[in-house]
Design a protein around this ligand. Structure first.
Ligand SMILES: NC(=O)c1ccc[n+]([C@@H]2O[C@H](COP(=O)([O-])OP(=O)(O)OC[C@H]3O[C@@H](n4cnc5c(N)ncnc54)[C@H](O)[C@@H]3O)[C@@H](O)[C@H]2O)c1
Length: 82
């Protein structure tokens, strides 16, 4: 596992390409913060990661809103530690 004890943030990971990236990072041992404007989609990605033994947490983020991105960074610093 290349990413053990590392934290990865994937924006737009509530579906599609972002979800696939989040799942692959988790397979490599990272704790993945799944950030998406669609919280339900983010929660589904997290469910899939946890189901296969990975470590992941969801966070609602709008990447077009600077305040929302700052909150994502703060959340990751507080909760992203393994
Ligand atoms: N260049 C290429 O060859 C190529 C190929 C495929 C996809 N794409 C592009 O890549 C992107 C992703 O494609 P996809 O198929 O995974 O799309 P998708 O719609 O499945 O995934 C996009 C995700 O981004 C989230 N999102 C949208 N606005 C957001 C915001 N403001 N803040 C946070 N999250 C937000 C959505 O909720 C969704 O979960 C698209 O822009 C698509 O056009 C490019």
């Amino acid at each position: 596992m290349k990413l053990k004890n590392r934290v990865v943030v994937v924006t737009g990971s509530g579906s599609g390409i972002g979800r696939s990236c989040a799942i692959e990072f988790a397979k490599e041992g990272a704790r993945v913060v799944v950030a998406d404007i669609n919280l339900q989609g983010a929660e589904e990605t997290v469910r899939q990661i946890r189901e296969s033994g990975g470590d992941s947490i969801p966070f609602r983020t709008d990447v077009s809103d600077p305040d929302s991105v700052i909150k994502l960074v703060d959340f990751t610093i507080k909760h992203g530690q393994n």
